[in-house]
Design a protein around this ligand. Structure first.
Ligand code: 13P
Length: 253
């Protein structure tokens, strides 16, 4: 379902006490001044802090996502966390296919597709990331790269399954660099992604899909990005670790 959304990807940051303070501060701010009704706020802390976060979220107006999930459903996979486990902790979303997982953990398209399937089977909405590296943009193959990522990671899904997927376009050259995509660059790629969905699943589902932008999005540039017709919100890294900045971003529609 298409919705306005701001999701915070904390990555591997914070001690437990800091994480608890941050989630509590976010809850306090939005309890005092509620979010617009049509804006969904999601926080994606590390696994270890999910229980604390879902406890606080259950008393407030925000939602919790994980940053990863196992490609296996259960069993002898030491150190892994399954989609079923996430579901049992009231986790509603899961980031899948982040460029850091693709790069540092060598997660290939087939693995990401398996993760998407398990998330959906356990009623967790994937926030599926795609995006090109700088050399790919410079070589003018960024549309091909994003198309292949989406086709391989998502286009095996039925329309009913696809309805529950959120897409995040995160150009890798913009992640953590301070070099944000221009609103026109974001809009161009988001419109392209929506056109792919239209070709595969039809206009209605394309129009219903939430497509987030990620990469150096912050309280100063969010409004301009979110004003683009195909940008439905953001997946925020660094700026999601400061409660006031993060909430400011959720008020930038
Ligand atoms: P930054 O907002 O820190 O650039 O990170 C973006 C990101 O990777 C979110 O998943």
């Amino acid at each position: 379902m298409r919705k306005k959304m701001v999701a915070g990807n904390w990555k591997m940051n914070q001690r437990f006490d800091e994480a608890e303070e941050l989630v509590s501060e976010i809850a306090d701010i939005i309890d005092a001044q509620p979010l617009d009704e049509d804006v969904e706020l999601v926080i994606c802390p590390p696994y270890l802090f999910l229980e604390m976060a879902t406890d606080i979220a259950s008393e407030s107006e925000f939602h919790i996502g994980a940053q990863n999930v196992s490609e296996y459903d259960k069993g002898a996979f030491t150190g892994e966390v399954s989609a079923l486990m996430l579901n049992s902790m009231d986790v509603e979303y899961c980031i899948i296919g982040h460029s850091e997982r693709r790069k540092y953990f060598d997660e290939k398209d087939e693995v990401l597709a398996a993760k998407v399937n398990l998330a959906l089977a356990n009623e967790i909405e994937p926030i599926f990331c795609c995006g090109e590296v700088l050399s790919e943009r410079e070589a003018n193959i960024h549309f091909d790269i994003v198309k292949a990522q989406i086709e391989k990671g998502l286009f095996h899904l039925s329309p009913e399954q696809f309805y529950n997927v959120v897409i995040a376009y995160e150009p890798v050259w913009a992640i953590g660099t301070g070099v944000v995509a221009s609103p026109a660059q974001a809009q161009e790629m988001h419109a392209f992604i929506r056109s792919l969905i239209k070709e595969k699943y039809g206009a209605e589902l394309a129009d219903d899909t939430t497509i987030l932008y990620g990469g150096s999005c912050n309280a100063s540039n969010a409004a301009e990005l979110f004003s683009q017709p195909d940008v439905d919100g953001g997946l925020i890294g660094g700026a999601s670790l400061k409660a006031k900045d993060f909430i400011q971003i959720t008020r930038s529609f």
